[in-house]
Design a binder for this molecule. Structure first.
Ligand code: UD1
Ligand code: CA
Length: 422
């Protein structure tokens, strides 16, 4: 079966009324990354030639966030008259395209690549004009329902608000994810009407239009309804966030060889790299994109913020916060410290209670600490400053900005003065 070329349309123009937020829902963070990024990556995993993102409500903010992505086009829907109307805005971008179109919901971020692969395979093997990704959730309320005829063929989708009483029990729901033959989709899009409970152009009505014209419409049921949940309110955002982070921890433990003693209190966001035999103790927070080498020890109660990169055999212990902090191999900060905008060489020891003061009230500055340096308890390094290789600070030393500590030198006091060489 030859692979047909694919374009993706992502619906992300809605007002997100139920989020009650100043921020469009597709920019809310899910395990540290914007919800829309997850959906864009779904399109990438399907091998899309181009992703067409329909934006509207706060569209400039959405476009701004993703303007550097390749093969991504933004089209504006103004006003927002429904999901069918949203897809109409992509008509020019799809004109004359001889291939398939996947329509993805900007608020359905957790579909696994494997599921999308099966979905696409089914669409092609059935030679369907439209394949709907469906699910059988415990509670189907709120979703559009799949109506089949006596022979089990998909006839149409009925939205929750348009359900007749006897349709309430239909267990199979629309996940808002579809594959279409592009030409067939464009052929019926203009026939949509707003004759429904919400007075909107429903994309879901395309299904009935295609089926009535004797086109093959099929459904591919996803067996894990947690993958296809939509995020419409903050409670669903929290649920989805929990699912995403559980997957991240499962991958770390099962595939990457990372020890996580208490997954329930270990918060790891997306896009982190953590090396094998690293151990993470409870109540630790590791933010998006953090990199940790092998044989490191994290926590309990550590907070590793974005830009943190640890080499091998490093330690970030209890009540230590790091941000843009790069640790060379073997460097340790065991207890009660803040390290912001700092590069540590190899085998540096940061004493308890030490602070790298990176912010002068206006700007952030960078600090460097050389190999084998020993930073005494309660030291404050006021950025920008350099501490040399094998240098040492006494307890409660304050190293003022630009007063670099030479290699092999011990400094003490506030402000720091040279005591002797080390
Ligand atoms: C939609 C489906 C429903 C399905 C559910 C799955 C329709 C009519 N209903 O309902 O069958 O079970 O998703 O999650 O399609 N959007 C626009 N422009 C608009 C309206 C919406 O771009 O004018 C976007 C939204 O930003 C959102 C997506 O389309 O990302 C879905 O819209 P939403 O209002 O959440 O639809 P649901 O009511 O969840
Ligand atoms: Ca939704």
């Amino acid at each position: 079966m030859a692979d047909r070329p694919l374009k993706v349309v992502i619906l992300a123009a809605g007002k997100s009324t139920r989020m009650k937020s100043d921020t469009p829902k597709v920019l809310h963070k899910l395990a540290g990354l914007p919800v829309l990024q997850w959906v864009l990556e779904q399109g990438d995993s399907m091998g899309a030639l181009e992703s067409i993102v329909v934006i509207g409500h706060e569209g400039d903010r959405v476009q701004d966030k993703f303007k550097h992505r390749i093969n991504t086009r933004f089209v504006t829907q103004e006003p927002q008259l429904g999901t069918g109307h949203a897809v109409m805005q992509a008509k020019d971008a799809l004109a004359n395209f001889d291939g398939d179109v996947a329509v993805l919901c900007g608020d359905v971020p957790l579909i696994k690549n494997r599921t999308l692969e099966l979905f696409r395979h089914m669409h092609r093997s059935e030679e369907a004009s439209c394949t709907i990704l469906t699910a059988l959730p415990q509670d189907p309320r709120g979703y559009g329902r799949i109506v089949r005829d006596g022979l089990g063929r998909v006839r149409r989708i009925v939205e929750q608000k348009d359900l007749e009483p006897k349709q309430e029990d239909i267990p199979e729901v629309n996940t808002g994810t579809y594959l279409f033959d592009c030409k067939k989709l464009l052929g019926v899009l203009d026939k949509l009407s707003t004759d429904n409970a919400q007075g909107e152009y429903y994309l879901t009505d395309v299904v009935e239009l295609l089926a009535d014209a004797n086109n093959r419409v099929t459904a591919c049921a996803c067996d894990d309804d947690r993958e296809v949940m939509g995020i419409n309110n903050r409670k669903q955002l929290a649920t989805a966030d929990g699912i995403a982070r559980e997957r991240i921890l499962d991958d770390l433990m099962v595939e990457q060889g990372v020890t996580v003693y208490e997954p329930a209190t270990t918060y790891v966001e997306a896009g982190c790299k953590i090396g094998r035999d690293t151990v993470i103790y409870p109540n630790s927070v590791i933010r998006a994109g953090v990199e940790i080498g092998e044989h490191c020890e994290i926590g309990p109660f550590a907070h590793l913020r974005p830009g943190t990169k640890l080499g091998n055999r490093c330690k970030v212990g209890a009540f230590v916060e790091t941000k843009n902090a790069v640790y060379g191999d073997g460097s340790k900060s065991g207890h009660l410290a803040y390290l912001g905008d700092v590069t540590l060489g190899k085998d540096v020891n940061i004493g308890a209670g030490s602070i790298v003061a990176n912010y002068d009230g206006q700007k952030k500055h960078h600090t460097e600490v050389g190999d084998n340096a020993f930073i005494g308890c309660g030291t404050v390094l006021v950025a920008p400053v350099k501490v040399g290789n094998n240098a040492q600070t006494g307890a409660n030393t304050v190293v003022p900005h630009n007063k670099d500590v030479p290699d092999n030198t011990i400094v003490v006091g506030a402000p720091a003065r040279v005591l002797k060489s080390r």
